[in-house]
Structure formats: C-alpha cells, structure tokens
Design a protein. Structure first.
Lengths: 209, 191
C-alpha cells in the first residue's frame, strides 16, 4: 500500500538530519512557517492563500468523487465490496459541500470536476496516481487506484493543516482527513487477504504528498 | 517489542515515525505512514507555547490510558482479533513516543505515567471491544478539540497524523462489532 521503499542510505540520511539540533520540516511545512512569520524559509515554492488551498482540496475531492462514481457504477467490484464502498461517494459529496461553504465565504469560486474519463485520467497522472479509468482489469486494480487517490487526498489535508490558520477550517480539515483515512482502511480491508491489521499498517498516517 | 520511545527496529524507527527526537531536536521528516518520494527538507527552529505543551501532555496521558486498555483487553479477544489489536497496540505505543518526543523537543518534560488508569472492567470479548471503542472515540473527540488550539502548523499536522490512525482503529473496531465502519462523512469521535 505504500510507495517506494526508501533505501537504507535514505533512511539513515533522514535520521541523521535529526541530530542537527533543529526542527526539520518538509518543504511545504517550512513555507507555512514562513507565511506565519515565525521562521524563515528557503523554499522556492510560493505560499498559497487559504482560498487557493480550498480550491485545490475541492478539486481533489471532485476527482475522488468522479473515480468512486466510475468504479461503483461499473461491474468491476464484487457485490460485497461495492456495498461496503458505496457510501463513500456520498461522503465525498458532503466534503465538497462543506469545503465550498468555506470557499464561498472567502469569495472563492469552486473549480469544476472532471467531465470525462480522459480528463480524470489526466488529473490522476498529474497526481502520480497509478491506474487509469477505462483500463482497470479487475477489482484489485480499482481498489489500488482508489487507495492511492485516498492517500494523495490525505496528504493534501496534511499539508493544509500545516498552512491553514482558521480554527473552524482546521477542525473541518481534521474531520475530513480522518474520514479519508477510514476510507483508506476499509479499502485495505477489501483487498485480497485484507485483514484489520493489514488495513491499518502504520502508526502515523500523513498520506502522499 | 515497541517501547514508548517509538522504537521497534532501526528501520521502523526511521520510517515509522514522521517525528522523532534526536539530540534534543524536533524532527519532522518525509511522511511516516505513506512515505513521500520528495526528500526535500528544510531546517527551521520552532518553539512551542505553554498551551501547546499542556495539550500534548494531556494527549500523552490519554494515549497511555488507551495503551493500558489494550493490554487489559487483548487477552479477552478472539485469536484474529488479538492479532489485529496487537498491531494497534504497537501503533498506540508509537503515538505515546511521538507525543513524548514533541513535548521534549518543545522544551517540556513528558509527565510520568500514572500508577493506574480507569479503563472499566471488561470480562469478555464484547466488553473488551466496547472499552476500546469508547477510548478510541474519546481520543478522536479530544484531538478534534485540541488540534485547532495548537499553534505551530507542523505540530498540528504531526498530531493529526495520530488522529487519523485512531480513526482507522475505530473503524476496524466497528467492523469487529458488526457495525458500519464509516458511519458518516465527518469523523467526530461520537460513539
């Protein structure tokens, strides 16, 4: 379920970074700290506003909703798995509605979601999500695609938490991020040989960025 | 074996925790659960407020209580359930290590463990599942209250990475109880 396994050298390098007596953050986190004025940042990525952050999150949720609707509307999943995952599309709709409320309050305009599988596949490629709608060869392919996209979505909320300051929005982001993590676990449970232990294999979940 | 320092093996220590204490430093690297391929890191000192430390201490106390509940409840469960909950216990221990590291790195001292924790008196499997269910739900509702009050965004995110796993534990607990694992679109910690 995870991405590439880091090499021993990378792991040791990351561990060694911690001995410098400094707080070491992902680049996105450093950008957020710079935005808050509490520390400087050397990152080249410009910080984005809460409105832009919300637009990105809504766009991602729309892609997730499109993929759930596509997979659930096909006959690719067995009936038990389809039944288990079918409420998730409504969950994504509720996330979109809640985020759009915050977005509109800031004067932002919600992005439009994918209008075709071709567009959705382009968005998936942009997010480095393996698998393409229309080319899924079985249940496992579909579950892998949904799992990976859920993890990308969790990662987007993780970054949002670093950068957002509005406490109500932070609360909402936490509630949605936790819900996406539950989706992730249930998809893992639905995999061949899926068990509760295998569905929750990590002690800390921060998604894919 | 996993200790409260979050260490199970060298590899697990380096990959399993997004945050680890080393040499008095707070270190957030990569993405613990599902690692990012991006290895770009920056070094930035961040201080925690007294309120941040107080919140992390309360979170640590609650995680320790949950660890004790797992230890008490696991023997009452069926074999497949025990296998899952042993895994979840390791993850709860990792949470205590994570929080203790954040407290230390922020200039505080993790409080000592209590002599005992109130976890109820389960006598059978369903009772044990109910105890764990209620404690996971309590952790979630507490984190949802605490996270917006944490000031550094990076610490908010680090604590949220604990919340997400507790929400997964609750979902799997619900499966074992024959309930809907994800009953709504927003995780609130309501039982």
């Amino acid at each position: 379920m995870s991405g590439r396994v880091p090499t021993r050298r990378e792991l040791l390098g990351a561990g060694a970074a911690g001995t410098a007596g400094l707080l070491t953050l992902p680049a996105a986190a450093t950008a957020a700290i710079s935005t808050n004025g509490t520390a400087t940042s050397g990152t080249s990525e410009a910080p984005i506003s809460e409105t832009q952050r919300l637009q990105r999150l809504v766009g991602l949720e729309l892609l997730l909703l499109y993929c759930y609707r596509y997979v659930l509307g096909s006959s690719i999943l067995d009936s038990r798995t389809r039944r288990r995952l079918s409420p998730f599309a409504d969950h994504e709709r509720a996330h979109i509605a809640a985020l759009e409320t915050h977005l509109k309050a800031r004067g932002g305009v919600a992005p439009s979601g994918p209008d075709s599988t071709k567009t959705a596949n382009r968005y998936l490629a942009n997010r480095n999500v393996a698998g393409r709608l229309g080319q899924l060869k079985g249940s496992q392919d579909a579950l892998n695609l949904l799992l990976r996209l859920e993890q990308v979505t969790i990662g987007a909320y993780f970054v949002a938490l670093i950068e957002v300051d509005d406490t109500k929005l932070i609360s909402l982001v936490c509630q949605i991020m936790a819900n996406e993590a539950q989706h992730d676990a249930v998809i893992g449970l639905s995999m061949p040989k899926g068990t509760p232990a295998r569905a929750v294999p990590y002690g800390l979940v921060q998604g894919l960025q | 074996m996993v200790t409260e320092d979050g260490a199970s093996s060298r590899r697990a220590l380096l990959t399993g925790t997004g945050t680890a204490l080393a040499g008095g430093a707070l270190v957030l690297v990569g993405c613990g659960a599902v690692s990012s391929d991006k290895k770009t890191v920056k070094k930035t000192p961040v201080a925690l407020s007294h309120q941040d430390i107080a919140i992390l201490e309360r979170a640590l106390d609650l995680e320790r209580r949950t660890v004790n509940a797992y230890l008490a409840c696991i023997p009452l469960l069926t074999r497949p359930q025990r296998k899952a909950f042993r895994q979840f216990l390791k993850e709860e221990l990792q949470h205590t290590g994570e929080l203790a590291s954040l407290i230390t790195a922020g200039g505080g001292t993790p409080p000592p463990r209590a002599d005992s924790y109130a976890i109820g008196h389960p006598t059978d499997g369903p009772g044990a599942l109910a105890v764990i269910h209620s404690l996971e739900a309590l952790q979630i509702s507490s984190y949802l209250d605490w996270i917006p009050r944490l000031s550094p965004g990076a610490v908010r995110a680090a604590v949220a990475s604990v919340l997400t796993v507790d929400s997964q534990h609750l979902a799997m607990c619900r499966v074992m109880q024959g309930q809907d694992p994800v009953p709504g679109p927003f995780v609130t910690g309501a039982a």
